[in-house]
Write a protein that binds this ligand. Structure first.
Ligand SMILES: Cc1cc2nc3c(=O)[nH]c(=O)nc-3n(C[C@H](O)[C@H](O)[C@H](O)COP(=O)(O)OP(=O)(O)OC[C@H]3O[C@@H](n4cnc5c(N)ncnc54)[C@H](O)[C@@H]3O)c2cc1C
Length: 402
């Protein structure tokens, strides 16, 4: 049995950030990744300015091979059913368009941790002063003995399932899928990520250019038909925006745990098992999850270092330290912050004010109709309660965290 200080499950961005903090502090850290590295990761790859700063500060300048073409993105264009479109530029200029297969591998290699790929986490058993992690590599059972475990294993998190088997039944699940098309004619500006606030298309509808193709993606509540939803979006793009595409050449999709950050219902683990990144529920507006994965991952690593130095329970330290990232993420969904603050990394209010009065009225009406699509999840009251907590206490209550 391999004996280490920390086992991290998942070799993604949250893991790279956590590992960097741990190895910098001299802790022996092993990352387990179920796939062979460098591994594919479904993602648009539009990194927010804050995520970009994190990579630069912690891992150095990004090499060309970790980027797609176009190599950068100027911002986001929102499209509304009333046919008003509105472009928001990112603060501070363009941001990188990451090729996740190579960017994640690059960051992981620079983290200084030892990586065991093709090694799947299977389960864990917590003892008083250590944890035994069970894993499987190409049919062979492996065991690791660690003081701490970090679950940085994404939305479907097997680590969460092993400590809270009932959790996946308690949240709504979404499916997001995208198809890659050759381009006949595409008037959508390739310097922007395009998003549709249109309830007739789906819960989450997007398109952008990548490596000479056009991605058309759609997200919806699990159980609906991907092909039918996607076809509907392609038809809409052609009719309303003049986008003419070849039949798709490939497609992919995955399950998403969209929701915990809206209602401040994060999962941070128990005992010496910490959960971080999207597994914990971190997802910014329009599903931008890389910057909060990096920052929350780093905090999970720091919390372990700090807890060991001060001889404190690691959950206590982690929950205290992670409150800043919870504020940043949940503020993005907080209607009071959206109306009176500036929680996003692009200026929504200035873009809105650039529209005529009539267009502004249409946009507000269309956004409201889009929000109504989410009514069935009963998040409204919880969002309002969280916003009021934030207003009166300056933070979101820890009592809702798991
Ligand atoms: C279609 C789509 C588009 C997106 N576009 C953007 C975007 O443009 N910008 C943005 O910021 N975010 C985007 N996101 C969100 C972003 O991809 C995630 O929020 C981010 O990758 C989360 O990082 P993470 O480190 O928490 O986990 P993940 O990136 O999900 O990585 C988890 C890792 O754990 C591994 N793993 C899982 N199970 C096991 C196991 N049993 N054993 C070992 N390893 C395991 C996985 O293989 C994976 O490598 C998008 C997501 C999707 C689905």
């Amino acid at each position: 049995m391999r004996n280490v200080d920390v086992v991290i499950v998942g070799a993604s961005l949250a893991a790279a950030a956590a590992a960097k903090r741990l190895t910098d502090a001299g802790l022996e850290t092993v990352i387990l990744e179920r796939k062979e590295l460098p591994r594919h990761k479904i993602c648009s790859g539009i990194l927010s300015p804050r995520g970009h700063r994190f990579l630069l500060e912690n891992f150095g300048p990004l090499p060309r091979e970790v980027l797609h073409d176009p190599t950068w993105c100027r911002g986001v264009t929102f499209h509304f059913p009333s046919m008003v479109s509105m472009s928001l530029d990112f603060f501070g200029g363009t941001t990188p368009h990451l090729h996740r297969k190579y960017s994640d591998y690059w960051a992981i290699q620079r983290s200084g941790a030892e990586v065991h790929d093709q090694t799947s986490f299977v389960g864990l058993v917590e003892h008083s002063d250590h944890i035994v992690v069970n894993a499987r590599k190409q049919g062979e059972d492996l065991q690791y003995r660690a003081r701490h475990v970090i679950g940085a294993d994404g939305p479907s998190s097997p680590v969460i399932r092993s400590i809270y088997p009932e959790y996946p039944e308690q949240i709504p699940w979404f499916f997001v899928g995208q198809k890659f098309h050759g381009i006949i004619d595409c008037p959508l500006d390739r310097e922007y990520f395009h998003f549709w606030f249109n309830p007739d298309l789906g819960h989450y509808t997007w398109s952008h250019a990548r490596d000479g193709q056009q991605i058309v993606g759609v997200g919806f509540k699990s159980g609906d038909n991907f092909d039918a939803k996607h076809k509907n979006v392609v038809r809409y793009l052609e009719e309303k925006h003049g986008v003419r595409l070849d039949p798709h050449t490939s497609h992919e999709g995955c399950a998403e745990n969209f929701g915990p950050s809206l209602i401040n219902r994060y999962v941070f683990g128990k005992g010496n098992v910490l959960i971080t990144g999207q597994a914990a529920g971190f997802l910014n507006i329009i599903a931008e999850g890389m910057s909060c994965a990096l920052h929350s991952g780093a905090i999970s690593g720091e919390a372990i270092v700090e807890a060991r130095l001060r001889n404190r329970p690691v959950q206590e330290v982690y929950r205290k330290m992670i409150a800043s990232e919870v504020r940043r993420t949940t503020d993005q969904w907080n209607p009071l912050k959206v109306a009176f603050g500036m929680p996003h990394e692009a200026d929504f209010r200035t873009a809105l004010m650039g529209l005529s009065w009539r267009e502004r009225r249409l946009v507000v009406r269309d956004i409201w109709r889009f929000i109504v699509l989410y009514k069935e999840f009963k998040w409204g009251r919880q969002i309002v309660q969280s916003a009021l907590d934030r207003l009166s206490n300056g933070s979101y209550t820890q009592q809702r965290w798991i």
